[in-house]
Write a protein that binds this ligand. Structure first.
Ligand code: FEO
Length: 391
């Protein structure tokens, strides 16, 4: 397999995972890539590795440029296994010294017993022949250990999980792929991986504001070399929690009653001229729903009562969303029950814990909603629509 030269003597030597469809609970219908990079020079440097099953693919690409034994140094920007999984065989093969952040050394020691690693400081520079690497700690993007590595002369920022997308492609650069697909996958990645860390994203932008960047060489998906502004501006907006006049209505249904309520609420919101997107969870993927929630101003969640609590698919979704801590969004809870309620109360508690602002009364109905109750749902949607427009 061949390497791709992305700048003079800088090569992409990663792996394309065409078949992965789930990434720790996040659906990846377009697959992914694990990007590793090789800098060839007086000191040959490998930046990150790949998921363990793809080690041979990485070695094959490296071998198209140089003998892997000539690698002197491996930089580990992030300890998560999709990037560090091949560090042990890579060190065995190359005998190279491994560098990571202090927290990275700590994390890698837990993951990979016996690995010899040295730590680098935040802001430290390292001369590699005629070029210089600079290390920039970026805690929580995506784990506490994470760091960027900047290749000073070429102005390439190896940005690890930052700006990535789960997108397998035979192309490597942003100007070679469909822009809408690229931004869709970048948004889905941010919503499902980085949403809880908006504050740290903003701090990182502040930290690198004087760094001139010509290329964002991410650890997943496509490398940004042409339209860096679109992804940087999108990250700034997402990190600030900026939203549009849009509502996402997420629900599931047992015998159709909660669905009738959801449909009337959606109609009510839309009647105010607000974009609305319903998702029935039994037919929807939670990571796709989160992508839509990223830019939505309101999240309206509905559940039938099952065993005095939330319907399982709704509980799954709410727990997932709670972990992603959406910011600055309006929330509302609704649902139906037969004999004894419970789902809507549990929903409210969990939506509040997820950080949503619930300023409306909950809407709960018994058995199949009648015509006047459907009207009540429509009016409830209208109130939500007005609130979205007013905020
Ligand atoms: Fe792609 Fe946080 O690992």
């Amino acid at each position: 397999m061949k390497a791709t030269e992305i700048a003079r003597n800088v090569y992409w030597v990663g792996a394309i995972d065409w078949n992965v469809r789930s990434f720790h609970g996040y659906s990846t219908p377009r697959g992914s890539t694990y990007n590793a990079y090789l800098i060839k020079g007086d000191t040959n440097v490998l930046i990150d590795t790949v998921r363990r099953p793809f080690f041979d693919q990485m070695v094959s690409r490296i071998s198209s440029v140089l003998d892997p034994k000539e690698i002197d140094l491996i930089i580990s920007n992030h300890v998560e296994m999709d990037h560090s999984g091949s560090l042990v065989p890579a060190q065995d093969l190359t005998g190279a010294k491994i560098l990571a952040s202090k927290r990275g050394v700590e994390g890698l020691a837990l993951h990979h017993e016996g690995l010899e690693i040295d730590s680098v400081e935040d802001g430290q520079e390292l001369r590699i022949g005629d070029r210089v690497l600079k290390f920039i700690e970026t805690p929580m993007l995506h784990w506490p250990d994470s760091m960027f590595t900047y290749l000073v002369e070429d102005k390439i920022l190896f940005s690890m999980d930052g700006f990535g997308q789960h997108l397998a492609s035979s192309k490597r650069f942003d100007d070679e792929v469909d822009k809408d697909v690229l931004m869709y996958e970048a948004a889905k990645y941010y919503a499902n991986i980085l949403m809880p860390f908006g504050g740290q994203v903003l701090k990182t932008f502040e930290k690198v504001k004087d760094v001139e960047i010509k290329m964002l060489a991410t650890s997943h998906g496509i490398i940004w070399r042409r339209d860096l502004n679109s992804i940087i501006n999108a990250y700034l907006s997402w990190a600030k929690g900026e939203t549009k006049e849009k509502a996402v209505v997420v629900y599931d249904t047992m015998w159709g009653s909660t669905q009738k309520m959801a449909e009337a609420i959606v109609d009510g919101i839309a009647s105010e001229g607000v974009e609305t997107r319903p998702y029935r969870l039994s037919d929807s993927d939670r990571s796709e729903v989160m992508r839509d929630i990223l830019e939505a101003r309101a999240v309206v969640v509905g559940s039938p009562t099952l065993n005095n609590g939330m319907f399982p698919s709704v509980a799954d979704f709410v727990i997932y969303m709670k972990g992603l801590r959406p910011k600055g969004k309006i929330g509302a809870a609704f649902g139906s029950f037969g004999w004894g309620g419970g789902a809507v109360k549990a929903l409210r508690e969990n939506l509040e814990k997820a950080g949503l602002t619930l300023s409306f009364e909950d809407l709960e109905m018994r058995y199949v909603p009648k015509e006047e109750e459907i009207l009540k749902c429509f009016e409830y949607g209208q109130k939500i629509g007005k609130e979205i427009k007013g905020s």
